[in-house]
Write a protein that binds this ligand. Structure first.
Ligand code: SF4
Length: 59
């Protein structure tokens, strides 16, 4: 992930984080989600039902 130059410590507002899914995309299915409530990109508590602009589907 670091090799790809992923951003880190991004505030929720900058990431346009929301606490609900976006068209079927949600944190619980994103490769950046860290169980049970974190994210390797966005700071703060992250809901598995949330979403942000950095969403990338799990492989
Ligand atoms: S959708 Fe955004 S906040 Fe949610 S896990 Fe992925 S990168 Fe983190």
């Amino acid at each position: 992930m670091v090799a790809r130059g992923l951003p880190r410590n991004v505030p929720k507002a900058v990431a346009r984080y929301q606490d609900r899914p976006n068209r079927g995309q949600r944190c619980g299915r994103c490769m950046h989600f860290i169980e049970p409530g974190g994210c390797e990109i966005v700071t703060g508590r992250i809901s598995p039902q949330g979403w942000c602009r950095y969403f990338e589907a799990m492989a």
